[in-house]
Design a protein around this ligand. Structure first.
Ligand SMILES: CC(C)(COP(=O)(O)OP(=O)(O)OC[C@H]1O[C@@H](n2cnc3c(N)ncnc32)[C@H](O)[C@@H]1OP(=O)(O)O)[C@@H](O)C(=O)NCCC(=O)NCCS
Length: 158
């Protein structure tokens, strides 16, 4: 099977929605309320709406026909806000998240983006290690933020 990164097309929305919702359900870092609300954001119609808005970006990694990774966010005022980055459990620790970041950064530079920023939960060790490895710097820790949970804000100038 060949594994490749691509930009999501309309025909792939249903599979992406199922992939993200399943993985949000499995996350140990989000409260019940957070998971419920985050899953709503990735319902079919919400993704479709975002996809129609040229400022949103959904990247996927497929192994054959199966989605095994997704990374989404949006371009705004010269910056890219990275939202959810997910790699299917059995494909983790193989460098796919790093590949996503490299792809996103290349694309962002092409589009004239000067900065990528995003958040992580303060206790998501895997994510924090990945983010640091990719050269992102901590802006601050924000306590009791989204869904009353603690987050770290990160950024990198391109
Ligand atoms: C975080 C996540 C995206 C990493 O994906 P991945 O493809 O396994 O990551 P990579 O193989 O590209 O690893 C790159 C780096 O990430 C860090 N990392 C990844 N998995 C890790 C783990 N289990 N423990 C500690 N660090 C880890 C390491 O720094 C790693 O570099 P190394 O292999 O040299 O140690 C993945 O664990 C995941 O999907 N988690 C669930 C969803 C999530 O929490 N997403 C982030 C919040 S939006």
């Amino acid at each position: 099977m060949s594994v490749s990164i691509s930009v999501l097309k309309k025909g792939g929305i249903s599979n992406l929605s199922k992939f993200v919702i399943r993985n949000i359900s499995d996350s140990p870092y989000y409260s019940k309320v957070a998971k419920r609300e985050e899953k709503k954001r990735f319902g079919y119609n919400n993704i479709k709406k975002k996809l129609e808005d040229g400022d949103n970006l959904f990247l996927i990694i497929k192994d054959g026909d199966n989605i095994i990774g997704s990374f989404n966010g949006y371009f705004e005022s010269g910056m890219f806000w990275a939202d959810w980055l997910i790699i299917e459990k059995k494909y983790r620790k193989k460098g796919y998240a790093i590949n996503f970041f490299k792809y996103l950064e290349k694309l962002s530079i092409k589009k004239g983006v000067h900065k990528i920023w995003f958040d992580s939960r303060t206790n998501n060790k895997q994510s924090i290690s990945l983010i640091k490895k990719m050269g992102y710097k901590k802006i601050t820790t924000i306590k009791k933020h989204w869904y009353k949970q603690d987050f770290i804000l990160w950024h990198k100038f391109l």
